[in-house]
Design a protein around this ligand. Sequence first.
Ligand SMILES: [Mg+2]
Length: 245
Amino acid sequence: MQRLALFDLDNTLVDRQLALSAWAMEFADDRGLGREAVRWLIAADGQGLRARDQFFREVREHFGLAQCAGELWAGFRARMPDLVRCEPEVLEGLSQLRASGWRVGMVSNGMADHQLAKIQRSGLGERVDACCVSGEVGVRKPDVRILQLAAERCGTALGAGGWMVGDDPEHDIAGGRAAGLPGCARCGSVGSSSGLGASRQPTGRFQVRWPRSGFCEMALTWAVLRACLRARRRQPGSSRRKLIR
Ligand SMILES: [Mg+2]
């Protein structure tokens, strides 16, 4: 299997929920909405899985704001990239991967300006070979075409195998497997193995599914995942996670 690792961004390489919490606190403080508003915003956000236009229409209506939903959404996209952090050991792990011959790509669903700004300002942009953001390329995970494009931008193709690493059971795990990538991992606190909707409750689990071969080749990618996990464990309020094989 070739040394290709494609990573998801939000809640995989960076803790998007931590940044969202910081944004919600700023948003509420700026408007004098109080602490309960922070909890409402975090819950209504739905871990980023809800359509953004719908979310900001609800925000506007719920708090009776004068700004239109589009302005609120634009403000969110402008601010979030400054709040997203990537832990140094994750950045170092990615550098080690590439230095040892791995091609490293990032595949993310979202608006191009928003996702690319997060990638650049977190320092991830210079640690990967290529990025594919759905808003830029016009196709979203779990569509296999975005993974194919990411592999091409990394100078290779999916036919020789590789790994898709992410926290979303449908977009990352099922998408990776549909693309024929034998190695898939799921990390983070979002989702369950049973799919979408109500089942997307925080599980507090860290799950890795290894293929029968390639375990040793994955050692460095595993090191990156462990770094992600350690970083998330250090975040205030992070739940203890279990390792399941
Ligand atoms: Mg994700």
